[in-house]
Design a protein. Structure first.
Length: 328
């Protein structure tokens, strides 16, 4: 029997090439090796109450990108967190076995509390418990994480362990599948590509939009004139060539160092590479977007399959905690 992977991602709307090269491509690969449960965690998005007016649209747009990139209901369970309300019940039950001190120590809680002092809500403190509920509700064996998320997973393991020690073996302790995500810098060449920095190229951008955006990319700051030799190792355009023009990257490196290629031409090549590599994905996305009924069916079917697992786990937890599990 295949091991089960769980991963959740916030509904950030249309995905960008940073999301694609980081998480999405990895999700697609894992489908062949594991029994995968992938969830758009819309309740988590409420902890910051950002953009709630666009939550539905963002969830739908994100699912379009997932499907277009190759996540498929034939291989994975794809669903929206709030469509399986059992997770909220489990969250409450797990909160009874989670010492408050564990949650107040979480660095991201402290950071969020600093960033939104006007809204340090209960959900923000309980966020790691909800995340644990997401994982253990499906009895996931493995969670793909980047190094920065390891402390969160460790907390999930601690909560699962505590529940098991109090009420008997129930949850597998989820293991991390450490994934080295490539650091994809944004077009400004400074921060990681991300929506909050407005430095990204959406997967769904048109070829023309892609060209325009790429032409704004910051390159080697030391290269003032066309005749100045460049330093590809500090240039973000060069790092993106490694993903989108892998066959040309060695040539671009030497041409850049010898000032045999200008940054304008180099960016044009990058835009061509991105447009070529994403053509199939973009065509598929347009086809899925033209079939909203199909996307709704994928989500409904995913929720049904996820809920079938969730109900069994929840009944087991309720019984072990001394409750009378209702008929579901
Ligand atoms: Fe960067 Fe290309 Fe310009 Fe070199 S030629 S600095 S790799 S954009």
């Amino acid at each position: 029997m295949k091991k089960r992977v769980f991963s959740g991602a916030r509904p950030t709307g249309r995905q960008h090439i940073g999301n694609y090269l980081g998480a999405i491509q990895n999700y697609v690969k894992l489908q062949d090796e594991y029994d995968c449960v992938y969830c758009i965690v819309d309740i988590h998005a409420l902890t910051t109450l950002e953009d709630t007016g666009r939550l539905q649209e963002n969830t739908y747009e994100m699912m379009l990108d997932w499907l277009a990139a190759g996540l498929t209901p034939e291989k994975s369970i794809l669903f929206v967190q709030s469509h399986v309300p059992e997770v909220m019940v489990l969250h409450t039950l797990l909160s009874m076995v989670t010492p408050l001190g564990w949650l107040l120590r979480v660095p991201t809680f402290k950071e969020k509390a600093r960033m939104q002092p006007q809204n340090v809500n209960y959900g923000l403190v309980g966020y790691p418990v909800l995340m644990t509920a997401d994982i253990v509700l499906y009895k996931a064996d493995v969670v793909p994480v980047g190094e920065d998320q390891l402390p969160h997973l460790e907390l999930a393991r601690e909560i699962a362990r505590r529940f098991n020690s109090l009420f008997g073996q129930t949850f597998p302790e989820p293991q991390s599948k450490l994934t080295t995500f490539p650091m994809v810098r944004g077009l400004n060449g400074v921060q990681k590509m991300g929506k909050s920095y407005d430095n990204y190229v959406e997967l769904a951008a048109t070829p023309e939009e892609t060209r325009k955006l790429v032409m704004t990319a910051v390159t080697d700051p030391a290269r003032q004139y066309r005749t100045d030799p460049g330093h590809p190792e500090v240039c973000n355009v060069y790092s993106l060539h490694q993903f989108f023009n892998p066959n040309r990257v060695a040539g671009i490196e030497s041409e850049c160092r010898a000032a045999a290629i200008g940054c304008v031409d180099c960016k044009k090549l990058l835009a061509e590479g991105i447009n070529r590599e994403l053509k199939e994905l973009r065509d598929k996305r347009a086809a899925f977007a033209a079939k909203p009924k199909y996307v709704a069916e994928v989500l409904a079917d995913g929720a049904k399959r996820a809920q079938a697992i969730a109900k069994v786990t929840l009944a087991e937890v309720e019984e072990k905690m001394g409750l009378i599990a209702p008929k579901r």
